[in-house]
Design a protein around this ligand. Structure first.
Ligand SMILES: N[C@@H](CCC[C@H](N)C(=O)O)C(=O)O
Length: 291
């Protein structure tokens, strides 16, 4: 089957975008298609698959599938790219609109060039973080269901780490490092992501605090492994850095990711605001063997 696609990325976190306004995929084939397109040797090469489609609750809907075919609840870099896609394809006709993700509806604003046609960057109000242990979700052997998980001892593979857990609609655990170059992303990332303390798995982030306005971030994503950037992860890292007293609520923090920078504030109304780029790489037709 021939599947028309657009490859887009937010700071190198790339997905294959399928236009669900024009092209309908069979539900049972989607996880396999996500694995197929993501393969860098036999597919296109990406961190997963995103479908941009009509919504009954918002102006446009995003469905995101990781590289391993699992469907995720949310994707920050994906939301910015979906906003650009929807605006440039004429599926929305204002610069402010609503996007539905599995985790809920968010407000997006596209920032266009002088001609008002090409989207260079996008702001998304990601809503409030979820901090209660049971809702992250995390098991309750080390704390009550409604407790927050801030700087909690976390042993893995005989390493004594200190964990803060935050959900941005999808689960994240944050560990602080004095020097990000020493962060055990590729060794502990795959172990922590499937640790039994996180019943639905977790995205694993390592963070170095540069100063009260800047942090450096690396990630092992659930279902995709190391990626160049993770938008929800960067939001979770800023929330975690406020909770740990490294940065201030209400102030914009620059998050340096492997693929570039995001600007994020945890506002006094508890919502997390994220601003950053969205880019189109290529459009084409994929010859799928699974659909
Ligand atoms: N890259 C994303 C997050 C994608 C989903 C994540 N791997 C999960 O399983 O929760 C982002 O930019 O937020």
């Amino acid at each position: 089957m021939k599947v028309p696609f657009t490859k887009m990325h937010g700071l190198g976190n790339s997905y294959i975008y399928i236009d669900g306004f024009q092209f309908e995929l069979e539900e049972q084939t989607i996880p396999k298609l996500a694995q197929e397109v993501s393969n860098v040797n036999t597919g296109i090469g990406s961190d997963g698959l995103i479908i941009v489609m009509p919504s009954s609750q918002a102006d446009v809907r995003m469905r995101i599938f990781n590289k391993d075919g699992s469907e995720a609840m949310n994707c920050g870099n994906g939301l910015r790219c979906v906003a650009k896609f929807a605006f440039e394809h004429g599926y929305v006709n204002t610069e402010d609109f609503k996007i539905e993700a599995k985790s809920g509806v968010v407000d997006a604003t596209v920032h266009t060039d002088e001609q008002g046609q090409t989207v260079n960057s996008v702001s998304v109000d990601m809503g409030p973080p979820i901090l209660e242990r049971e809702q992250i979700p995390m098991t309750t052997e080390h704390g009550g269901p409604n407790d927050q998980v801030i700087a909690e001892p976390f042993e893995v593979d005989e390493e004594k780490l200190v964990a803060t857990a935050v959900s941005m609609g999808n689960p994240h655990v944050i560990f602080y490092e004095d020097n990000i170059k020493d962060a055990p992303v590729s060794t502990l990332g795959p172990k922590v992501t499937s640790d039994q303390r996180f019943p639905e798995g977790v995205n694993v982030e390592f963070v170095e605090v540069v100063n009260s306005r800047e942090i450096i971030f690396r990630v092992w994503e659930r279902g995709s492994g190391i990626t160049q950037a993770c938008g929800t992860g960067a939001c979770a890292a800023v929330v975690s850095s406020v909770l740990n007293g490294f940065v201030k609520k209400g102030e914009e923090v620059t998050v340096h990711l492997d693929g570039g920078d995001l600007w994020i504030s945890w506002l006094h109304n508890h919502h997390v605001l994220m601003r950053g780029p969205a880019k189109t790489v290529v459009e084409g037709v994929f010859f799928s063997e699974v659909t």
